[in-house]
Design a protein. Structure first.
Ligand SMILES: NC(=O)c1ccc[n+]([C@@H]2O[C@H](COP(=O)([O-])OP(=O)(O)OC[C@H]3O[C@@H](n4cnc5c(N)ncnc54)[C@H](O)[C@@H]3O)[C@@H](O)[C@H]2O)c1
Length: 334
């Protein structure tokens, strides 16, 4: 809880107190929970009549997670309100986190409207998983204001947010955005180019491609593949990431030794990767195995179990980092 109080001070230093979340679906509700836990006020804008019920349900689901991460969640919904009129919702916002449908026409139109109604100082951020700021901001008067703050789902739990400016984004604004997210305890990483899928989703897709290929070819079952990942590279990469892991693989010479001795065999493996697609027979096989191995999880609250396991990982790593000076501050506090 002490670590979390520090974040509240950072929030004050960043001058951000009032936020507007545009789109109260899966991602919007999750951002709302995190903002509220950090003492920010949140106005959720969404035309759907069921928004309040859905957002409240997500916040209730996030409460044990946020509490497990050290937040005081007792009165976290005090700062929450709902407003179906977009202009009224963003009128006094210090920050707008857009989480609407993933359609270019929607994003272009909503940013034009948000820009016209929000204060000049407000940070304008899109959660989009795939439509870059350069495309979304085409109809804005000042496209330099828009930056992507792409979370890894769920934002109330996963530390990563990819900050993706466009080529016209203002560098001072990018710094403010990074400071804001880091103030929330996020690991905010700025990408230097608007790469399709950004970085985290590209990496996930690369590993998933080979996972599908191995299960499709019958080398391993889905269940065994999951066990292989969680019992080896999942632990390694949660702790240190792929490059640092290889660098730490030897007492001396680190990555240089890896490149000298293991790079050829890795290239041979790369060449052996098969083509894979979600064709009919692959899909049938994957769905059958998911039903066979994981039916019980689907019945007994998969989100709670998933979140509880991930919180345990985050807290275990944070407890080690608290006694270590080996990483920058924002990477140490999760
Ligand atoms: N789901 C994920 O895993 C994930 C991860 C990272 C980023 N994202 C991105 O976050 C954004 C939202 O995704 P989601 O999964 O929450 O979608 P979602 O469909 O759950 O939520 C979208 C919400 O937008 C609302 N909406 C529709 N029209 C609106 C309008 N005119 N004004 C305000 N709200 C409106 C809908 O009612 C809905 O509640 C997308 O851009 C997506 O790419 C999603």
């Amino acid at each position: 809880v002490q670590a979390r109080s520090k974040f509240k001070k950072l929030m004050r230093d960043n001058g951000i107190a009032r936020t507007a979340v545009v789109g109260g679906g899966v991602i919007g509700a999750s951002w709302a929970a995190l903002f509220l836990a950090n003492g920010l006020s949140v106005i959720v804008n969404d035309p759907d009549a069921t928004t309040a019920t859905r957002v409240m349900a997500t916040i209730e689901g996030a409460r044990p997670v946020l509490s497990g991460l050290g937040y005081d969640t007792d009165r976290m919904t005090d700062g929450l309100s709902f407003e179906t009129d977009l202009a009224a919702a963003v009128h006094s916002a210090d920050l707008v986190q857009e989480c609407g449908p993933e359609r270019l026409d929607f994003k272009k139109q909503i940013w034009r409207a948000i820009e016209a109604a929000a204060p000049k100082h407000a940070l304008l951020l899109s959660s989009s998983a795939g439509i870059p700021a350069s495309a979304q901001s085409r109809d804005m008067i000042e496209p330099s204001r828009l930056i992507l703050g792409h979370p890894f789902n769920p934002p109330y739990l996963m530390p990563l947010v990819e900050v993706v400016p466009s080529s016209v984004s203002n560098t001072g604004t990018v710094s403010r955005v990074l400071a804001f997210y880091r103030g929330l305890g996020k690991v905010a990483v700025e990408l230097k180019r608007e790469e399709p899928g950004f970085v985290a989703d590209r990496l996930q897709a690369a590993l998933f491609r080979e996972s599908v290929s191995l299960v499709r070819d019958g080398v391993v079952s889905m269940r065994d593949l999951d066990d292989i990942v969680t019992s080896s590279i999942g632990i390694r990469w949660a702790a240190n990431g792929p490059f640092l892991s290889f660098h730490l693989g030897r007492e001396t010479d680190g990555l240089r030794h890896f490149i000298a001795h293991l790079s050829k065999s890795m290239e041979t493996l790369w060449e052996s990767f098969g083509d894979v697609s979600f064709d009919k027979s692959t899909n049938t096989l994957l769905i059958e195995q998911a039903r066979h191995f994981y039916r019980d999880h689907a019945v007994s609250g998969p989100t709670e179990l998933r979140d509880a396991r991930e919180v345990a990982v985050l807290n275990a790593i944070a407890s080690v980092n608290q006694t270590s000076d080996s990483q920058p501050e924002h990477r140490r506090d999760i």
